[in-house]
Ligand binder design. Structure first.
Ligand code: PLP
Length: 287
C-alpha cells in the first residue's frame, strides 16, 4: 500500500507524521472521504471544492493547486492498483511548536490514503439499520461551522461512542434546539406520504456530497423534496428513514429509539434511490 505524503509515495510503515503536527496536537486541519467506483473518483470536483472551501474558511494554505491535488489523487490510486475503494485526503496545518498559533506552522501537510472499504454488509441495505438518538448535540454554526470538514471530530466521535454503547451502527444527533441534525458521519433523510425531507445544513449538518446527489436524484425521479427542519417525532412517524454518506451510500433505517419505521425494512423509495444512486456512481467521476 502506497501513501502520498507531501509529494512522496511511501509505504504504510513509513507514512509518519510529527508529534508536533497541529493536526495531531489540536485537530487543526481538514479532510475528505471520497469513493472510487470502477476506477472513477466519484464527485471529485465536489469533494475538492469542499476541501478548498474548508481550507479558505480556516485560513489554511493548501500547498498544492487544485489540478495538482487531483493529479495526486489519481496517481495514488494508480500506484495502489485499486478500482473500487475509499480515499482519505487529509490536509493538516503541519508541524509547529506546542503553541496553538498556526503562524508557527510553516507549511501544511498533505496525506492521501487509499484503501478497500466495506462498511455495512449488503444485507443491511435491504433490512435497514437500527438507530437511536443520542444526547450529544451538534456544534452550532457560530461555534464551529459544520460546513468545515475539520479534523476536529470530537463532536461526532462522542455520537459514535453513544451509538456503540447502544449497539447500533449509526445514531441521530440533534442540534441545541432539538431539531434533527445528522448522524455521526452521515446525513439523514425521512419520507412521509411520498415527500422526502432532509434538514437544511444551517440546522447543524455537513453539506454532504451524497446528500446533494440524492437531492438531485429526487428531482430527476420526480420525488418531491423539502429541505426543512424536523424533530424526532417526525422521524418516529416517518414511512421511511435513511442515512447518506460517502462510506454508507444510502442506507435504510428500520427502527429508531425502539419505534419501528414503516414495515421494519428498507422502504420502496429508499430502495429506489439506492438503486438509482448505484447507477450513477461509476459514470459520474474523474478517471
Ligand atoms: N456528516 C458528517 C458529519 C460527515 O462526516 C459525513 C461524511 O463525510 C457526512 C455527513 C456525509 O457526507 P458525504 O456524503 O459528503 O460523505
Amino acid at each position: 500500500q502506497w501513501i502520498y505524503l507531501n509529494g512522496d509515495y511511501v509505504t504504510k510503515e513509513n507514512a509518519k507524521v510529527s508529534v508536533y503536527d497541529h493536526g495531531f496536537l489540536y485537530g487543526d486541519g481538514i479532510f475528505e472521504g471520497i469513493r472510487i467506483y470502477n476506477g472513477n473518483i466519484f464527485k471529485c470536483k465536489e469533494h475538492l471544492d469542499r476541501l478548498y472551501d474548508s481550507a479558505r474558511s480556516i485560513m489554511l494554505d493548501i500547498p498544492l493547486s487544485y489540478e495538482d491535488m487531483q493529479a495526486a489523487l489519481v496517481e495514488t490510486i494508480r500506484r495502489n492498483g485499486l478500482r473500487d475503494g475509499y480515499i482519505r485526503l487529509i490536509v493538516s496545518r503541519g508541524p509547529g511548536n506546542l503553541g496553538l498559533d498556526p503562524k508557527r506552522c510553516p507549511s501544511a501537510w498533505v496525506v492521501i490514503i487509499v484503501e478497500q472499504l466495506a462498511i455495512y454488509p449488503e444485507e443491511a441495505y435491504r433490512s435497514g439499520l437500527v438507530s437511536v438518538s443520542v444526547s450529544q448535540r451538534r456544534n452550532i454554526p457560530d461555534a464551529l461551522n459544520p460546513k468545515i470538514k475539520s479534523l476536529n471530530y470530537l463532536n461526532n466521535i462522542l455520537v459514535k461512542i453513544q451509538a456503540n454503547l447502544a449497539g447500533v451502527g449509526e445514531a441521530i444527533m440533534l442540534n441545541a434546539q432539538g431539531y434533527v441534525a445528522e448522524g455521526s458521519s452521515d446525513n439523514i433523510f425521512i419520507i412521509k406520504q411520498g415527500v422526502v425531507y432532509t434538514p437544511p445544513c444551517y440546522i447543524g449538518a455537513l453539506e454532504g456530497i451524497t446528500r446533494a446527489a440524492i437531492m438531485e436524484l429526487c428531482a430527476r425521479l420526480g420525488y418531491k423534496l423539502k429541505e426543512e427542519p424536523f424533530t424526532l417525532h417526525d422521524v418516529y412517524v416517518a414511512d421511511e428513514v435513511f442515512f447518506t454518506g460517502t462510506a454508507a451510500e444510502v442506507i435504510a433505517v428500520r427502527e429508531v429509539d425502539g419505534r419501528m419505521i414503516g414495515k421494519g425494512e428498507a422502504g420502496p423509495i429508499t430502495t429506489h434511490l439506492l438503486e438509482e444512486f448505484r447507477k450513477i456512481v461509476d459514470v459520474d467521476g474523474v478517471k
